[in-house]
Ligand binder design. Structure first.
Ligand SMILES: [Zn+2]
Ligand SMILES: [Zn+2]
Length: 267
């Protein structure tokens, strides 16, 4: 399986999961034009996308999902609450999933949605499994990790997880107090510290690669997120750690290959 972040942050998120026979986008939170141009950068024709899995209704994850699914004739997948909020129930390509029920997303790729606490949204993390049994996870927009999620993360070869904010930057920054409380609350986002702690808890010998994503542009910096997380895991982790920025794609991870492949020729 290959994992390519097309970009990640509060202005949009989308990750391409690709196997020999399946291509799935997890979230479609950029404009359709931008998603298509980012897929073109990695040589993927959008018409090859079999399905779009939407984690929750917030626009940085769902923005062009419906239009893309119609244009590319790909399946649009979400849970019932996200579909209700997005008014997708009548959508011709729509397919509803339930928490903790594995979805056959393609002949050699399945997806397992895990519920996570996030604001007023019915958000899910996703564990993707290829036919060789290897697993990769995409985990964004959550205030804390549940035991259920941690149990699944400890079986993954790859973890993409948000490191949204640096706690002291957020506290001393310009956001109003109510927003600061929301971000740090159970339904907010993960801080660098929390992400480091979660990774430490789920660490195992088979973990090959980690991508930190959904970094706040106001309350975080890539080098701060990287060093805070590494501080927690450097004794136990020998794989690769990368950061997905807002304007991707920059690299592709291949399961079974420890170093990511850099995507060349992007401006
Ligand atoms: Zn969200
Ligand atoms: Zn988000």
């Amino acid at each position: 399986m290959e994992i390519t972040h097309l970009g990640s942050g509060s202005r949009g998120n989308s990750v391409l999961l690709s196997t020999d026979e399946s291509k799935i986008l997890v979230d479609c939170g950029f404009s359709l034009k931008r998603i298509e141009s980012r897929l073109a950068m990695i040589g993927v024709n959008p018409m090859e996308i079999d399905g779009i899995f939407v984690t929750h209704h917030h626009s940085d994850h769902s923005r062009s999902a419906s239009r893309a699914s119609k244009k590319w004739a790909s399946v649009l997948m979400s849970n019932a609450e996200t579909a209700r909020r997005m008014e997708w129930l009548e959508h011709e390509n729509y397919s509803e999933f339930s928490d903790l029920e594995r979805i056959a997303a393609g002949p050699d790729l399945s997806l397992l949605p895990i519920p996570v606490p996030h604001d007023d949204a019915d958000n899910v993390a996703v564990i993707a499994r290829s036919s060789d049994g290897k697993r990769a996870s995409i985990v964004t927009d959550l205030g804390e990790a549940t035991d259920e999620l941690k149990k699944h993360l400890s079986g993954c070869s790859h973890i993409s997880i948000e490191a949204n904010y640096d706690h002291s930057r957020l506290v001393s920054g310009p956001y109003p107090e109510s927003l600061k409380r929301r971000i740090t609350g159970r339904g907010g986002h993960l801080s660098n510290y929390q992400t480091g702690q979660i990774l430490d808890e789920v660490m195992h010998n088979g973990l090959e690669s980690i991508v930190l994503c959904h970094l706040s542009e106001s309350n975080n910096m890539p080098h701060i997120a990287e060093s805070e997380v590494l501080m927690r895991i450097c004794d136990s982790f020998s794989g690769s750690l990368s950061i997905s920025k807002q304007d991707g794609p920059e690299f592709t991870h291949w399961l079974g290959q420890s170093e990511p492949e850099r995507i060349v020729g992007i401006s």
